[in-house]
Write a protein that binds this ligand. Structure first.
Ligand SMILES: Cc1cc2nc3c(=O)[nH]c(=O)nc-3n(C[C@H](O)[C@H](O)[C@H](O)COP(=O)(O)O)c2cc1C
Length: 218
């Protein structure tokens, strides 16, 4: 009885190891993309949804959309990639987005929790005048926050489909007003680059998942 027990344990151990191995082979690695945004009139939300569809078009990617006011630290740490979008307000990011950066992200900065995650941004603006006031400053300010958090930043290459109408080298930018300030909303063609930005970010995050590339202190 005593002598059989170890043998039984051995076989069980072998079988369960095999089972775990088979489970791992059958298991597909899922990449999580989190999209955080603020909106008053719906344009930034529309762009967030276009980005979400792009990310969702990549196999084995799950996408979560949250407003800057509802996103939590757990949402951030459980994600492989985070995209943050803001309307341009007085030439800079919306205060709700800034509050999220200073509170949720600030605490994670202290713990180095976001280092090596993939980060990207997007913005919508009024575009009053030729270029609109502060779209690049808004985007750069958010990218600067991501650099501070040690994230791997994804730009928007100029050959991205839809770039001419909805792109800047930093990120998709959606002009929701005509040059004279007349509200136009965001037409579909201005969302095409956003769709591809979402897909690019998801593909990079899937490729880098679990890679742990950055040096760490001993
Ligand atoms: C308080 C406020 C300030 C704004 N300031 C700017 C600005 O400085 N530059 C700009 O291009 N658009 C500005 N806009 C326009 C918004 O950026 C634009 O309408 C944006 O698409 C709104 O996004 P939403 O529909 O998601 O709220 C401002 C809008 C508001 C409400």
């Amino acid at each position: 009885m005593e002598s059989k027990k170890p043998g039984f344990v051995k076989i069980t151990g072998f079988l369960s190891a095999l089972k775990v191995k088979l489970l791992l082979i059958g298991e597909t690695q899922v990449t999580k993309v989190l999209i955080v945004y603020a909106t008053d009139y719906g344009s930034t939300k529309r762009m967030a949804e276009a980005i979400a569809s792009g990310a969702h078009s990549v196999p084995n990617v799950v996408v979560e959309l949250k407003t800057a006011e509802e996103v939590t630290a757990d949402d951030m740490t459980s994600s492989d990639a985070v995209l943050v979008g803001s309307p341009v307000h007085m030439g800079s990011p919306d205060w709700r987005v800034k509050k999220f950066i200073d509170t949720v992200c600030g605490k994670l900065w202290v713990k180095d929790s976001l280092i090596g995650k993939v980060g990207a941004v997007f913005a919508t603006g009024g575009g009053f005048g030729n270029a609109g006031g502060g779209c690049e400053l808004t985007i750069l300010s958010l990218l600067n926050n991501f650099a501070e958090l040690g994230m791997i930043i994804i730009p928007l290459p100029k050959n991205t489909p839809g770039y001419a109408l909805g792109g800047l080298q930093w990120a998709p930018y959606g002009r929701a007003h005509a040059e004279d300030g007349t509200p136009t909303g965001l037409p579909e063609e201005r969302l095409e680059a956003a769709f591809h930005h979402g897909a690019n970010v998801a593909r990079v995050a899937a490729a880098l998942k679990g890679q742990n590339l950055f040096a760490k202190p001993n």
